[in-house]
Design a protein around this ligand. Structure first.
Ligand code: NI
Length: 156
């Protein structure tokens, strides 16, 4: 396993990558599993709750999340259903030193593939629902600052 460098929106070259749309993973092999392992290690090292592959310079639809309830690995995630609305502060590892208020669904149902290529579904509320939305947005080059009603200095 290896730590990966997290791209920073303040860097022009990093920003260009963060704004690109990621491609689906077509074949889940050892290379993809290594990326998952490295992303998890990088996430835990960062102290964040979620990390998307484009944030480490890989334009593939891969996400890792841990809100303190165990690691969730998502390959080619797709949001199936959303319900309700919650408005709360969020931040992003690629936008250090800032936070913003973002409205997100209160409940999110999502499907994805796991590291063995099996289809898995997750249902999350609160912070997990927020993380599902924030991280899948990254795969389309969308950042929370695009949706925030208010942005301020300081990390959440
Ligand atoms: Ni982020």
């Amino acid at each position: 396993m290896a730590l990966r460098n997290i791209l920073n929106l303040n860097d022009a070259m990093d920003a260009e990558i963060l704004r690109k749309k990621s491609r689906p993973v077509e074949k889940i092999d050892e290379r993809i599993r290594t990326i998952l392992d490295d992303m998890a290690e990088t996430l835990y090292d960062s102290g964040g709750v979620g990390l998307a592959a484009p944030q480490v310079g890989i334009l593939r639809r891969i996400v890792v999340i841990d809100i303190g309830e165990g690691l969730i690995e998502l390959i080619n995630p797709e949001i199936l259903e959303t319900e309700g609305v919650q408005e709360d502060a969020e931040g992003c590892l690629s936008i250090p030193g800032k936070s913003g208020n973002v409205a997100r669904p209160e409940r999110v149902k999502l499907k994805a593939l796991n590291r063995n290529g099996e289809e898995v579904t997750y249902e999350g509320t609160g912070l997990l629902a927020r993380a599902f939305c924030h991280e899948t947005d990254h795969l389309d080059g969308i950042l929370y600052i695009d949706k925030a009603t208010e942005i301020w200095e300081g990390e959440e």
